[in-house]
Design a protein around this ligand. Sequence first.
Ligand SMILES: [Ca+2]
Ligand SMILES: [Ca+2]
Ligand SMILES: [Ca+2]
Length: 281
Amino acid sequence: MVFGGEIMRGEKRSMAARSYCLAIIVLASVLLSGCTNPIGPPEPTASLTVDVDQINSGEPINFDARESSTPDATVITQFSWDFGDGSKTTTTQGLTNHVYSTPGTYEASLIVENDRGGTDETHWTIHVNAYPVIELLSQPMAKVGESITLNAEGSSDPEGGVLAWAWDLDLSDDSDGDGDSRNDVDSSAPSITMLLNKSGEFEGAVVVTDDRGASAREAFQINVSTRTWQVTWEQQRVTEDWDGYLKQGESWTYSHVPGIASRLMEVNATLTLTMDLGWQM
Ligand SMILES: [Ca+2]
Ligand SMILES: [Ca+2]
Ligand SMILES: [Ca+2]
């Protein structure tokens, strides 16, 4: 019995020792894991921010993952970026940027990896706005004195945004006096009518802006020519009668001004003596 009792106490001590060791192993595992993954490698925590949630197509957006962390005794070794439009890149620093060339909604993702092979992933949704599409009806040729209509009312925004129009009717004239002749807002109507009162080549532009501040610009040219006039001259005979008397050496002068709408074509002068007194003593 004594022998058997020793055996039982020995088994109990052995079981207690195994339980104690198992508790130590489990505790050590929890401590080493950073309390995030008691089975696999210690995992980092990915953190992602962007400078803007909405951009216009073609504009850059900046991604910042520098707030990502990893448990003590480990370091982040790689940031794997997937921008959601088919473009991917990896960096060792938590900063990058990307240009979305096509409008749409994209979900960017980031995987942060540490030197123990632990990873964490996070996502961010980005809306890429499309620029308005300008539809401009203009008249490239005109004559002085004509009124022409420029119509951009048919312009549209792919997202259906509310549009605003700004016309600069002469890119060589600084109508608002700010030193830039190409930024004037001579009209904000969708369609305008302008009187062409002088000849020459004129260039203007219309800027259409959507409700998210994306602007599209289209220039137009108008060649204003002078009018061609057909002139018909009417002949008018002007006569002047004079019956004065001139002594030797005297003269008589007659002047005729034809006026601004006519001109003097020909002058025929005839002096007719109605009485020749002859020599008198
Ligand atoms: Ca838009
Ligand atoms: Ca101007
Ligand atoms: Ca100006």
